[in-house]
Ligand binder design. Structure first.
Ligand SMILES: O=C(CO)[C@H](O)[C@H](O)COP(=O)(O)O
Ligand SMILES: [Fe+2]
Length: 227
């Protein structure tokens, strides 16, 4: 038994924004562990998604921070600027992109000082060596399996060598994969060592959302227990 917790984090980028509150409530009723909130600023990535008023209103709906975990994937330039706001509006975890900051170590300290878990994301072109000097300070590393900016893209299996290397070096670290994950691709990711699965399109397009979330979790349990 490796002791890694399987975490399924549906991305609300694929939700119906007209009914966002009920969509998110349903995700938790269907036993998701976290919701993954993709914040895009139209600068770090060529898209604009949702911002702080939405985060704030979701937290007003789901008040219990210990029960309803908000995983904030910050695809923004100058990530230092938004740490206090995300903390104030109820974020549990702040994931910044390594490519967006000059001083990742201080940013991790700032995030922790605001009471959130700190995570670092790597775009497909970014090698894991760049994260190793401060990986022991992180709560999670996010290995992107698509170019950040849009949902509904195809999973990049070639990213699994990064997941494998990280898992060998850090047997207990939460390793998240994001982009193109679903019942068909989760096995490859979990076998490589990922235990935190983001899934947008596959969860929201599923005929049976609860079953899809369970399938994703079962795959992580099955594969990570062999590590
Ligand atoms: O960060 C993201 C895009 O930049 C999204 O989290 C990701 O694309 C999830 O969506 P899907 O499961 O549809 O690929
Ligand atoms: Fe994301």
């Amino acid at each position: 038994m490796c002791g890694l917790k399987p975490i399924i984090a549906p991305s609300i980028l694929s939700a119906n924004f007209i009914n966002l509150g009920s969509d998110v409530t349903l995700l938790f009723l269907n036993q998701c562990d976290w919701i993954h909130i993709d914040v895009m600023d139209g600068n770090f990535v060529p898209n604009i998604s949702i911002g702080f008023p939405v985060l704030h209103q979701l937290r007003t709906l789901l008040v219990d921070k210990s029960k309803y975990f908000f995983d904030c994937h910050m695809m923004v330039a100058n990530p230092e600027q938004w740490v206090a706001t995300v903390a104030e509006y109820g974020g549990n975890q702040y994931t910044f992109h390594l490519e967006s900051t000059k001083d990742p170590k201080n940013l991790v300290k700032l995030i922790h000082a605001h009471g959130m878990r700190a995570a670092c994301a790597l775009k497909p072109q970014t090698e894991i060596e760049q994260v190793l000097s401060f990986a022991d300070q992180l709560d999670m590393v996010l290995v992107m399996t698509v170019e950040p900016g849009f949902g509904g893209q195809s999973f990049m299996p070639e990213m699994m060598s990064k997941v494998r290397k990280l898992r060998q070096l850090y047997p207990k670290l939460d390793i998240q994969v994001d982009g193109g994950l679903g019942p068909e691709t989760v096995n490859v990711a979990a076998e490589a060592g990922a235990n935190v699965i983001v899934a947008g399109t596959s969860v929201f397009k599923a005929k049976d959302q609860a079953k899809t979330i369970q399938t994703l979790r079962d795959a992580v349990v099955r594969h990570t227990s062999k590590l």
